[in-house]
Write a protein that binds this ligand. Structure first.
Ligand SMILES: Cc1ncc(COP(=O)(O)O)c(C=O)c1O
Length: 287
């Protein structure tokens, strides 16, 4: 089943109009929400971000957060999803093609579920990454359907044998193509400030809270590619990658080339959040 505006329907019943503005202009916003053990993780925070991003692009949502949460949970239940994700997008709607906003148009919402295990191998062993120029627009804080900059970066990374591209704007590391980036130097955690140049990741916020609770000093500051290369530890965060160690950036090994102790501590703290919210232990996920 999928959620199509106000209704749960079989996927084959949902119709996308060829003049839907999401399809033609990328004119819409989206969220990806993780499901562990059949329960949504930080659903409220994802829906609040969706609402904020929709407001930023002048797209009034006809549903409030509690209505959306109820429907997303119904969708998860209907599909009996245990481990996976919910993809949710809202476009400005369908109207004759014209860049300007249409006079009267109904937003179109689609949500569906996908099964996906936790990325156990990546979480255990870490990943290789490469740096690339950040060619995206200046409102990366809006989780918009326009993802071409991220798509091209991810593809380039994969072609270089890497799992993620770390983006660099004017010499500063911003974020990954689909993740936020953290470094550890002298036991302090650094990550780009939550401004217009990065997505304000939900996982990023969870990790900042975990770090604070664990008494780990945090600096939300920009840092250079050199600082990235010379960091003691590097990791990325995101709804699907969770807290994923980075063991190599370009041709440089990070630290000893294996996941570092602070990364491990924060992975553990993240697992505790999952256990608390979704009643699902790390062992159950094969970690
Ligand atoms: C560009 C970008 N940054 C960061 C993230 C991580 O955000 P979250 O932790 O909310 O999934 C994503 C997730 O897709 C992303 O696309």
């Amino acid at each position: 089943m999928i959620l199509w505006n106000d209704r749960l329907v079989p996927r084959s019943e949902a119709k996308v109009d060829i003049e839907d503005r999401g399809y033609q202009f990328g004119d819409g916003v989206y969220e990806v929400i993780r499901v562990y053990g059949g329960r949504t993780f930080y659903l409220q925070e994802h829906l609040l971000r969706l609402e904020k991003c929709a407001r930023e692009i002048g797209l009034p949502l006809p549903w409030d957060v509690s209505q959306l949460a109820e429907r997303i949970n119904q969708l998860v239940e209907a599909n009996q999803l245990r481990e996976g994700t919910v993809y949710l997008q809202v476009t400005r709607g369908a109207a004759p093609r014209n860049h300007a906003f249409p006079e009267s148009v109904q937003p179109v919402l689609i949500a569906y579920t996908s099964e996906a295990p936790r990325p156990v191998a990546m979480l255990k062993d870490g990943i290789r990454t490469c740096t690339l120029e950040d060619i995206r627009w200046l409102r990366c804080d809006i989780k918009s359907l326009n993802l071409l900059g991220a798509v091209l970066a991810k593809q380039e990374a994969l072609e270089r044998g890497c799992k993620e591209a770390i983006l660099v704007r004017n010499g500063s590391v911003t974020e990954g193509s689909s993740s936020n980036v953290f470094i550890v130097k002298n036991d302090t955690l650094y990550t780009h400030p939550a401004n217009n140049l990065i997505l304000h990741g939900i996982t990023r916020a969870i990790i900042l809270k975990c770090a604070e609770e664990a008494g780990i000093p945090v600096k939300e500051e920009t840092f250079s590619v050199d600082s990235l290369y010379n960091a003691d530890e590097v990791f990325i965060t995101g709804t699907t990658v969770e807290v994923c160690p980075v063991t190599q950036v370009d041709d440089r090994k990070i630290g000893s080339g294996t996941p570092g102790p602070l990364t491990r501590r924060l992975q553990q703290a993240f697992d505790e959040q999952i256990a608390r919210q979704c009643g699902c232990s790390a062992e159950m996920s094969g970690l």
